[in-house]
Design a protein around this ligand. Structure first.
Ligand SMILES: NC(=O)c1ccc[n+]([C@@H]2O[C@H](COP(=O)([O-])OP(=O)(O)OC[C@H]3O[C@@H](n4cnc5c(N)ncnc54)[C@H](OP(=O)(O)O)[C@@H]3O)[C@@H](O)[C@H]2O)c1
Length: 342
């Protein structure tokens, strides 16, 4: 029997042989998706998935007011080509909301905007009522957050919903990249909502190459557990708080259950119908692999800190914030896996 694994975001399809080895990976034509594969030294291989280009939508297809503005207030989605942003654009469009997606490399209906280019932000924000602020992870997050918030204040934006991360705190510590932006937003005078998601269920897509090579899945977090959240739920919460009033709220978005990597792999084995194994990767080995892959020392430090936190049981938070906002429970990891690997 063959299995098809559909990777949402880049829309990659993968055929799985009876032995559980992926033999072929194809980017589905017409999706506009792209998959970036980064090889980490040793047995561990990481796939970094960037989301697909949102399917065609047109600002001009939304009703216009007599004054020529958009009914309902234009929403700017930054990070619109990424995992969360592409799904958010899709969901907002499905709800009939006026939406404008931003990317550094304009394509189709997306507008150009770069957090490092204030002029481009001014143009992207022109006529916008509400912004979804997503900054790509890295030490530049505080500067990128501030650049967008400043442009939004200057441009007359009413409200910003910022994507942060679980565990974000005002404490000074390595990798606490979202704290400055959260603070700047709270002090901006704009209406604000902050979303702090747990690790995305889709991070397990980085295991595809190991599965493909018939190798055990590398596990840097031991038996430590985490409440992985489905990116579709993160986008659904974002859409809801963009379209209704959740001012001055900070939501921590988790899945409904705590799972270790071996737990996740057991779920995946079940879904694909063939046994997958796990190999423990000590943190020292993980560090060497990341350095050998050429990652910046700041990024290595943060990756290690994250792995160590989960390994030690320090990130076992489960909330009902997804359900509080959406009125239905958060999706399980099994639901995510079935939607992407079944
Ligand atoms: N992955 C997790 O488990 C996890 C958990 C909690 C929180 N988070 C947070 O989620 C965010 C990442 O979300 P994601 O995974 O959806 O992102 P992603 O798929 O990595 O996409 C990153 C997006 O950022 C855009 N971008 C990058 N540099 C830019 C720049 N200089 N100016 C404007 N846009 C830029 C990219 O657009 P272009 O390349 O098209 O310009 C792309 O759309 C981070 O803030 C991270 O801290 C992630």
């Amino acid at each position: 029997m063959w299995y098809a694994a559909v990777v949402r975001g880049p829309a990659t399809s993968t055929s799985l042989s009876p032995a559980g080895v992926i033999r072929q990976t194809t980017v589905v034509a017409g999706s506009g998706g792209r998959t970036v594969i980064g090889v980490v030294a040793g047995a561990s291989v990481t796939v970094s998935i960037h989301g697909c280009t949102p399917r065609a939508y047109s600002e001009s297809s939304y009703p216009r007011t007599a004054a020529g503005g958009q009914a309902g207030g234009m929403i700017l989605v930054t990070g619109a080509t990424g995992t969360i942003g592409s799904e958010l654009v899709r969901q907002l469009e499905a709800r009939g909301a006026p939406v404008r997606g931003m990317t550094r490399k304009p394509q189709g209906p997306l507008v150009q905007g770069d957090f490092d280019d204030p002029d481009s932000l001014r143009k992207a924000i022109d006529g916008v009522d509400t912004v979804f602020l997503l900054t790509a992870p890295g030490p530049w997050v505080p500067a990128h957050d501030r650049a967008l918030i400043e442009a939004a204040v200057d441009g007359g934006v009413r409200k910003i919903v910022k994507l942060s991360a679980i565990g974000s705190t005002d404490e000074e510590m390595p990798g606490n990249w979202h704290a400055a932006g959260e603070r700047a937003l709270r002090e901006s005078g704009l209406a604000w909502t902050i979303l702090r998601p747990a690790g995305f269920a889709s991070n397990s897509l980085r295991w595809l190459p190991a599965i493909q090579a018939g190798q055990p899945i590398p596990n840097q977090t031991g038996l430590g557990r985490h409440a992985f959240v489905d990116p579709r739920d993160v986008a659904a919460v974002a859409a809801e708080v963009l379209l209704s009033d959740h001012s001055d709220q900070t939501y921590t978005l988790t899945g409904p259950e705590l799972l270790s990597v071996p737990d996740q792999v057991a779920v995946l084995s079940d879904v694909v119908g063939s046994p997958l194994s796990v190999v423990d990767v000590p943190l020292e080995v993980y560090a060497e692999q990341l350095r050998a892959a050429g990652l910046d020392e700041a990024v290595v430090t943060v990756a290690l800190r994250g792995a160590e936190l989960i390994r030690s049981g320090g990130e076992e938070t489960v909330t009902d914030d997804v359900e509080r906002v959406l009125g239905r429970p958060a999706r399980t990891f099994a639901e995510w896996a079935r939607a992407h690997f079944a």
